[in-house]
Design a protein around this ligand. Sequence first.
Ligand SMILES: Cc1ncc(COP(=O)(O)O)c(C=O)c1O
Length: 429
Amino acid sequence: MNPQAEELNVIIKEKSTVVYNLLSEKGKNIFFPKKGILGQTAEAKGTKINATIGAAIEDDGSPMRLDVLASKIDLDPSLVFPYAPSFGRPDLRSKWKNMIVEKNPSLQNTVLSLPVVTNALTHGISMAGYLFVDPGDEVIVPSLFWGNYNLTLANAYGAQLTKFNLFKNDGFDLDAFEEKLNEGETGKKILILNFPNNPSGYTPTQEEVDSIVSIINNSAEKGNEIVAITDDAYFGLVYEKDIAKESIFAPLSNLHENVLAVKIDGATKEDYVWGFRTGFVTYGIKGGDAELYNALESKTAGAIRGNISNAANISQSLLYATYNNPKYSLQKQAKFQTMKNRFKAVKEALEDEKYKKYFTALPFNSGYFMCIQLADGLNGEDVRQVLIKKYSIGTISLNNILRIAFSAVAAKDVKEMFDGIYKACEECS
Ligand SMILES: Cc1ncc(COP(=O)(O)O)c(C=O)c1O
């Protein structure tokens, strides 16, 4: 093993054997090369003639750039053209950490890592797979989950996705979750919690969150060592009362010495910048301290360095400027209201009793999506095809469930959409 990886492992083992045990083989072997090109470049910072890094510099010392490009960008060239660090821009990392605590006030006194910047959430999930999933490891997911976990975790790292039933009696199926988590031998467990959930648009109530956390705590008490990955892609888009407002990462990050919480989040959906590709991985474990977290951050940055090298500087700089702009909160609130109005339009439209003949809504209260369960005998793919060809309505078919991204449908069009779905179902039945 590379001595730099060994150095990190010694720290991690000393601070938490659980975290060490939870690392995959790849995770144990990875390190951020301090002594390579990046390290030597860092040491040369400020030299008069700096011939270290593979980037070009104008004669005046500013980043070399084409004016056709630079003239379109209203940011200082130093924030745009050079590489960002593999860990991410330090200013954005500490800003995002402060924002996590602001959005989840119960984290006020919890010691967390600094977020490491990823190329948005998909990449964050992939890096969590790199660090924690060995071929054949089970990863617990709900029965309705974002299909890309198949590529990011199963195809890429050999995970076996194993499902628990998501809904019972219009709420979270706590029994199914508990049973799945405690199934099999005591040892390493990996799970992904994604609220608001894609595809269902469900976030548990505060009471359900408390129960989920206590199920995880009991499982940890029994000796299981758990990596709880929270995919917070749609964080903050909660439209109903009594639904948990904070991420479940908050209680998990300080729950138990046997539970490592890994928060995957980012600007993509929260700040409506899908193409920017800026996300974060943040760690929390009871008793975690700066040394443990530094080691985990280094391993994460090492995995990133060996994968995409670093995430786009321009996106990070634009977001940093945005988060510091006093108009940010108000504008974000306005977009939230638009999303909430669409959600309300969906709820209102679904009050039409006639729809029950062909479809019923699965529980939803948040996020970008909701799902309808088609009546027995209807084929989702057939309905989807008719919807496109005859009614010019696009939906996603997941067996006999249709996923509807109300985030992309103007409130005024919602009723027409459900009437179209009703008619398409009538024609397909
Ligand atoms: C649950 C969930 N996680 C992650 C992502 C991916 O986010 P990103 O575009 O930031 O990679 C999505 C996007 O559809 C998602 O639905």
